[in-house]
Design a protein around this ligand. Structure first.
Ligand SMILES: [Zn+2]
Length: 284
């Protein structure tokens, strides 16, 4: 699949964050990024027979309450169908767009705090932990120290089951993420815990390097591990879509240019996102 994806690595990187930008433009977008699974009781959430199919869940909980608590595992499945259809159509622009977007949702499903109602530590006086885990730690350590060579993608027989398992792992890990940070913060004074850094002319407060390194250490490399698993999962979902579409020849695709409609959408997503930054809304 290198023939298709490698020349578009920059496109995939740039558009992987489109779903986050869309949150500022489309109200229905938010719930696609998480699931507050603790709303369904305690682990292993017996009231929610995993992997629960969307239609069964709607009957049991109603669509409104499912949306209220987040729908990421089901949305990954929806995106898998869209991507598979794009491969069937041999529509390169669609394939690239959906590949970038499904990658976003799959990665979100691997983030422990995307599977907890205490998603930013707001219930336990740990505000900021969301960005700490998913941005600050990898920004400090990923390039220099982490290994993202994960080997070959594999065919996933039951994608809904697969993504539900990953979500349950995330939910189980969210406890550790919160508890360990709480514990660690007791042994750091506020001026050791935070540092100030200049970013584009603005001074921002962030978790200090020493604190970040120590936290990563006591979690025994959890962030790197989840990133590796999500890379493997994304590659495997791409591969699975292609197989399920009948393995079309990727050197002979049509629709290589993005449509006027696509370009307009990219533009409006950027505008909505920039507008939200100006207003200073919190980005998650
Ligand atoms: Zn997201």
């Amino acid at each position: 699949m290198m023939v298709l994806y490698k020349p578009y690595a920059d496109f995939l990187m740039e558009h992987a964050i489109d779903p986050d930008k869309r949150r500022y433009a489309v109200a229905a977008e938010g719930p696609r990024h998480y699931i507050d699974i603790d709303r369904y009781g305690a682990y292993p959430y017996d009231s929610l027979p995993v992997p629960v199919k969307w239609n069964d869940a709607v009957v049991k909980y109603s669509e409104d309450s499912l949306h209220a608590h987040g729908i990421v595992p089901w949305w990954v499945n929806t995106m898998l169908y869209r991507l598979t259809d794009a491969f069937k159509e041999k529509n390169q622009a669609k394939i690239l767009k959906y590949s970038a977007e499904i990658g976003h949702y799959i990665a979100d499903a691997h983030v422990p705090l995307h599977a907890s109602s205490n998603h930013n530590g707001q219930l336990t006086d740990q505000k900021g932990i969301h960005g700490f885990w998913e941005s600050r730690i990898p920004e400090l350590l990923a390039d220099k120290e982490w290994d993202f060579f994960i080997g070959k993608a594999e065919y996933i027989k039951n994608p809904l089951d697969f993504i539900w398992k990953r979500v349950l792992e995330s939910a189980a890990a969210s406890d550790t993420v919160l508890k360990f940070e709480k514990e660690l913060s007791k042994s750091f004074s506020p001026d050791q815990k935070y540092s100030f850094e200049d970013r584009n002319g603005v001074t921002i407060r962030q978790y200090s390097s020493a604190y970040t390194i120590k936290y990563n250490e006591i979690m025994k490399g959890m962030v790197e591990r989840r990133m590796r698993q999500s890379i493997y999962a994304i590659a495997s979902f791409w591969y699975t879509s292609w197989i399920n579409a009948g393995q079309p020849d990727l050197a002979k695709l049509s629709n290589k240019e993005f449509s006027a409609e696509d370009l307009k959408e990219f533009e409006s997503l950027n505008a909505a996102w920039k507008n939200s930054q100006v207003k200073g809304r919190e980005h998650e």
